[in-house]
Design a protein around this ligand. Structure first.
Ligand SMILES: [Zn+2]
Length: 208
């Protein structure tokens, strides 16, 4: 089994969902940069404090800081699945200096499909539960099943904003895809396939 894995793919491709499922099946550690950042900030670590200063200003957390947070988790793990990292070639090079990846799996989704999926996302105003009108609609339209709260569409899930997020992602990530293709470890999966099929394809790749 291949053990050092990264998932690439645009917002809405299901990287997080797949990473959770595959981590459960393999026992590998799921490393999501978003979760790690929140964890470091919540535990008020030295790195968390530095990251928070950037986040409070609305700035991106610098590559070096992200790499420092990931480093100890990667070296402690027997197998890992990276979700949301690396995001740039600089991060990919830093990662290669810590440990080489076995596989970079790109879960590909077209611009149109990303817009359809993300603009169908709704969030509960009261408890934060996330729904998707396409895959996981609430039983009563507009109402949270968990707490009865009102569902709304977040500002960054508005179609114009999604288009921009997609373009920004593609611009930043296209060189990353080339980076891993050149190294012969890039594999691609069609993100429009059903969730279960995508999981099965990923497991096949890990066994190859
Ligand atoms: Zn709710």
């Amino acid at each position: 089994m291949l053990k050092h894995i990264a998932f690439l793919g645009p917002p809405g491709a299901g990287k997080g969902t797949q990473a959770k499922r595959i981590a459960k099946q393999t026992g590998y550690v799921h490393l999501s940069t978003g979760d790690i950042l929140r964890d470091e900030v919540a535990r008020a670590t030295a790195l968390g404090g530095k990251a928070k200063a950037y986040m409070d200003r609305g700035d991106l957390v610098p590559d070096g800081l992200i790499v420092d947070m990931i480093r100890s988790r990667i070296t402690a793990a027997d197998g890992f699945i990276l979700d949301g990292f690396p995001r740039t070639v600089a991060q990919a090079e830093a990662l290669a200096g810590i440990t080489p990846l076995d596989l970079a799996i790109n879960i590909a989704l077209s611009r149109e499909a990303v817009i359809d999926r993300l603009s169908a996302r709704r969030v509960c105003r009261d408890c934060g539960k996330i729904y998707n009108l396409l895959f996981n609609p609430p039983q009563t339209p507009g109402r949270c099943e968990q707490c009865g709260g009102e569902l709304y569409r977040r500002d960054d899930d508005q179609p114009e904003v999604i288009e921009n997020r997609y373009d920004v992602y593609m611009q930043a990530t296209a060189p990353l895809i080339d980076f891993y293709r050149t190294r012969g470890i890039l594999r691609e999966i069609d993100g429009t396939l059903p969730m279960q099929t995508v999981s099965e394809r990923i497991m096949e790749l890990l066994r190859s």
